[in-house]
Design a protein around this ligand. Structure first.
Ligand SMILES: Cc1ncc(COP(=O)(O)O)c(C=O)c1O
Length: 489
């Protein structure tokens, strides 16, 4: 009988390599022999030997099933699936498995672009829950249960509801209450828990989606745990979602050659979390608090934390997330990100107009936190920003940030608009037209326009201010946004 200490999938891979099987199968590099030397020298022969795609032979199928069963147990799910295309793949699977073409789906406007692209692919019709915007931090917060309930009442035909908890900034909503509301109206509730793969394993972290009773959720195991990049998980519980439909949707969207290395890293991460997750996370939380306290002692810098909890849209916060602002020193988040990268060789997770966001994880050390703190202290004492410029941006942004929640009129369903005849026009000419593409401001990855929406002057103003401050735009054909594609009438 397997226990959480076992790693059946990884062990099957090791056995395959130890058996010295002669490979007449993919990948063509044949366990490293065909790779470029400098690549092989850096990556290492052992890793290349394990770069396999051999699910259909030997007893891999059983090993995978065993590893996924152990994962379901560790996460409190009925079934778990290993994914190799990030939470993006998990979110697409959840949406394709639960929505039919033309179905309404309830979703926060600030959902990640993977949610919006999944809705487009499924041909679903989004109806939006307003999310909270903190005008002090200029940061999108989460949704409030009362707004979820009101949206459900206004759209009784919607069968499915999807929320993200936590957000990219680590801010959770009251998921047990939202699950209760959704189920009381007979809705399926899906949770984008890309940033919460660790929640299940420490009592000081927000409640996990499975513990909150969600029907399905997806975790980016690669984001805050030790999974290799792209490795993620999908969990299901209860009988509202059909497991076989989920399985078939995974095969519909996922590669037919899933990387064994990615899957093995999921197997090992689950073992690590189930057996020593609490102590590893205790250390990560302590290091993050040390960083937060240290930053708050540096003049001109501010690192947000527990004081956010209880504000509208922040029911709980992941303490391992550091939201740092240098507004008082006269820097945008983008400026600060650039200086840290160029001068101190520090790369943070993301920057927005007024903040940088850094993550602290089970992989961090005391020494690294000390270096971060001494670099920030040096930055704050030596760099001279432009306070006036920040105040001007702040004022303009303050006036328009609320407009992000003003959902443009939806004239076509997103799927229809994306595949309609279309043409590129300048920003100025686009006002009044129907967007033929998804436009997302990045970070934090909030959609400004969905295909099918009427383009308003407000959105165009937001884009212009964001551009001046260094915001990036993704998902459009012309991401410089000199032009936007609109549907031809
Ligand atoms: C809230 C949220 N959901 C989903 C995703 C997609 O996750 P992945 O990169 O694992 O595909 C992200 C990625 O940043 C995210 O921030």
């Amino acid at each position: 009988m397997l226990t959480q200490k076992d790693t059946p999938y990884f062990d099957a891979m090791i056995k395959y390599v130890k058996d010295k099987v002669v490979p007449f199968h993919t990948p063509g590099h044949k366990q490293g022999g065909g790779t470029v030397k400098k690549f092989r020298d850096l990556i290492g022969e052992k890793a290349l030997k394990l770069d396999l795609d051999i699910d259909d032979i030997e007893n891999y199928d059983n090993a995978l099933k065993s590893a996924q069963r152990l994962t379901a147990k560790a996460y409190g799910a009925d079934n778990s699936f290993f994914l190799v295309n990030g939470s993006t793949g998990g979110i697409h699977t959840m949406l394709l498995a639960t929505c039919n073409y033309g179905d309404e789906i309830i979703v926060p406007r600030n959902a990640h672009k993977s949610v919006m692209s999944g809705i487009i692919m499924a041909g679903a019709v989004p109806v939006f829950i307003p999310y909270q915007i903190d005008k002090e931090l200029h940061v999108p917060f989460n949704v409030e249960p009362e707004d979820v309930e009101r949206t459900i009442k206004e759209h009784p035909k919607a069968k499915v509801l999807i929320i993200a908890s936590p957000t990219y900034y680590g801010l959770s909503t009251d998921t047990p209450e939202i699950v209760r509301i959704a189920h009381s109206y007979g809705k399926i509730i899906l949770i984008d828990e890309a940033w919460g793969a660790h929640f299940k394993f420490h009592p000081d972290l927000p409640v996990s989606a499975m513990d909150a009773g969600a029907d399905m959720c997806t975790n980016s195991t690669h984001k805050l745990l030790s999974g290799l990049t792209q490795s993620s998980m999908l969990h299901i519980q209860g009988n509202r979602v059909k497991k076989d439909r989920v399985k078939s949707m995974i095969t519909l969207i996922q590669t037919t050659s899933p990387s064994c290395l990615l899957r093995a890293s999921l197997d090992c991460t689950r073992m690590q979390m189930a057996t020593e997750g609490k102590s590893l996370l205790t250390k990560a939380i302590r290091l993050a608090e040390k960083a937060r306290n240290g930053i708050n002692k540096i003049q001109g810098l501010r690192c947000h934390g527990k004081e956010l909890v209880g504000k509208k849209g922040c029911y709980a916060m992941d303490p391992t997330r550091l939201i740092i602002t240098a507004k008082e020193l006269g820097y945008t988040g983008y400026d600060m990100e650039k200086i840290l990268r160029e001068k101190y060789k520090i790369k943070v997770e993301m920057a927005d107009l007024f903040n940088i966001v850094a993550i602290v994880s089970i992989g961090d050390t005391e020494k690294r936190i000390d270096y971060f703190l001494s670099s920030l202290a040096d930055f704050a004492s030596k760099e001279k920003g432009n306070v006036q410029k920040i105040q001007q941006i702040s004022k303009k942004y303050h006036n328009i940030i609320g407009s992000l929640n003003n959902v443009p009129q939806q004239l076509l369903i997103p799927h229809q608009a994306l595949f309609s005849p279309q043409k590129a026009v300048t920003l100025a000419r686009s006002v009044g037209g129907i967007s033929a593409e998804l436009i997302v401001s990045y970070p934090p990855g909030i959609p400004l326009l969905l295909p099918g929406e009427k383009i308003s002057g407000e959105v165009i103003d937001y884009i212009k201010i964001g551009m001046n401050a260094g915001m990036k735009f993704t998902s459009a054909e012309d991401n410089s946004l000199k032009t936007i594609k609109v549907v031809i009438d």
